[in-house]
Design a protein around this ligand. Structure first.
Ligand SMILES: Nc1ncnc2c1ncn2[C@@H]1O[C@H](COP(=O)(O)OP(=O)(O)OP(=O)(O)O)[C@@H](O)[C@H]1O
Length: 352
């Protein structure tokens, strides 16, 4: 649906230039919700604005629904842009227009008649749950309601793609949740392809199918959201995820030295990651039953990404080295991801 190839963007400043995008390749499939996450200054806004050519790349190609945008004439581009809706962090509503008139605005620009406009706007206001606010002005609305107007306005020309530029960053957690639910609903109902940028991993976790991580103008990692959460490849991704899943060791271990190899009188500390059905299997109970090891659970978390269960456990195993190795071998045969954190000197706290 959307294909970016070799996108480069350099901003020329008076003192220095900024290489904001460096060879970005990205493919967004029809009907999916694709998230782009990155820190401040990573290049997210520049990237999303290249998709509808609000920002002109210096080189590379942008293809949306089969049309290449970078070589288009301005009038042709204006037409194509109608099929790409956009919503913004600060809503960008026209304060002197009512809710109805804000949503009607893009239809007026497209030359629609009054009757056509009335027929289009009211169902959109129903869709976003604001039919009763149609005669109010933006100043009379809450942040969440303003973003709903922004969404209705973005949908007015029946776009195939919706770009969301930090659409929930100015909203409180509860309102964020309801706006994300609305985006998920319209994605399904209208088979709308959605691209969103954010600096918050919980937004990605809540609604995205796939995600790309951008840093210093480059895509450093991308894939299905579940894969990224359960098997992050870069420190930056792990950092984002740690806002949701604790990948750090418990404070108890902060001053502990781990040996990568088993030594006499040491316990084994493991991080186990469970995905899907394996999260529901009694793996730990099975291990304890088979091998003579004591097990302390130091950290545990079970969560859901969309409808898939996943979890993380940090456990400390105590026992004879031969039993620890047998237990480790057993765990490795299960459908889990096992990370050996290391071996620690045996102490009093094991087997809680
Ligand atoms: N119009 C501009 N002129 C010069 N430099 C710019 C311009 N717009 C962005 N930049 C620079 O390009 C880089 C990428 O900026 P961009 O706004 O795309 O990042 P971002 O990830 O969206 O950041 P934020 O989350 O803070 O908005 C930054 O170093 C920024 O300072």
């Amino acid at each position: 649906m959307i294909q970016l190839k070799g996108i480069e963007k350099i901003y020329q400043g008076s003192a220095a230039s900024v290489h904001a995008l460096q060879g970005v390749d990205l493919t967004v499939n029809r009907g999916e919700i694709f998230g782009i996450i990155g820190k401040s200054g990573a290049g997210k806004s520049t990237l999303i604005r290249c998709i509808n050519m609000l920002e002109q790349p210096d080189s590379g190609s942008v293809t949306v629904d089969g049309e290449e945008l970078t070589s288009m004439t301005e009038p042709h581009l204006r037409q194509v842009r109608r099929k790409i809706g956009m919503i913004f962090q600060h809503f960008n509503l026209l304060s002197s227009r009512t809710v109805f008139e804000n949503v009607a605005f893009p239809l007026e620009l497209a030359g629609k008649s009054k009757a056509e406009i009335a027929a289009a706007v009211l169902p959109l206001l129903e869709l976003v749950g604001l039919a009763d606010k149609k005669d109010q002005y933006p100043a009379q609305l809450s942040g969440g309601q303003k973003q709903r107007v922004g969404i209705a306005r973005a949908l007015a020309n029946q776009p195939k793609v919706l770009l969301c530029d930090e659409a929930t960053s100015a909203l409180d957690p509860q309102t964020t949740k309801s706006i994300l639910e609305l985006l998920r609903n319209i994605n399904r109902q209208l088979q709308l392809t959605i691209v969103l940028i954010t600096h918050e991993m919980h937004v990605i976790k809540e609604i995205c199918d796939r995600v790309a991580v951008i840093d210093g103008g480059k895509i450093i990692e991308q894939g299905p959201v579940l894969q990224l959460f359960t098997n992050p490849q870069t420190a930056i991704t792990r950092d984002f995820i740690s806002a949701i899943i604790n990948h750090d060791l418990p404070a108890l271990f902060h001053d502990t030295e781990f040996s990568p190899e088993p030594l006499p009188h040491t316990n084994l500390v493991l991080r186990l990651s469970f995905i899907g059905r394996s999260a529901e299997e009694p793996v730990i109970a099975g291990m304890i039953r088979r091998f003579n090891v004591d097990t302390s659970i130091l950290y545990g978390n079970i969560d859901h990404i969309q409808r898939t269960t996943f979890g993380t456990l940090i456990i400390e195993l105590s026992g004879e080295q031969s039993s620890l190795q047998s237990a480790l071998h057993y765990l490795r045969t299960r459908e889990l991801r096992i990370e050996v954190i290391g071996y620690v000197a045996r102490h009093d706290r094991a087997a809680g």
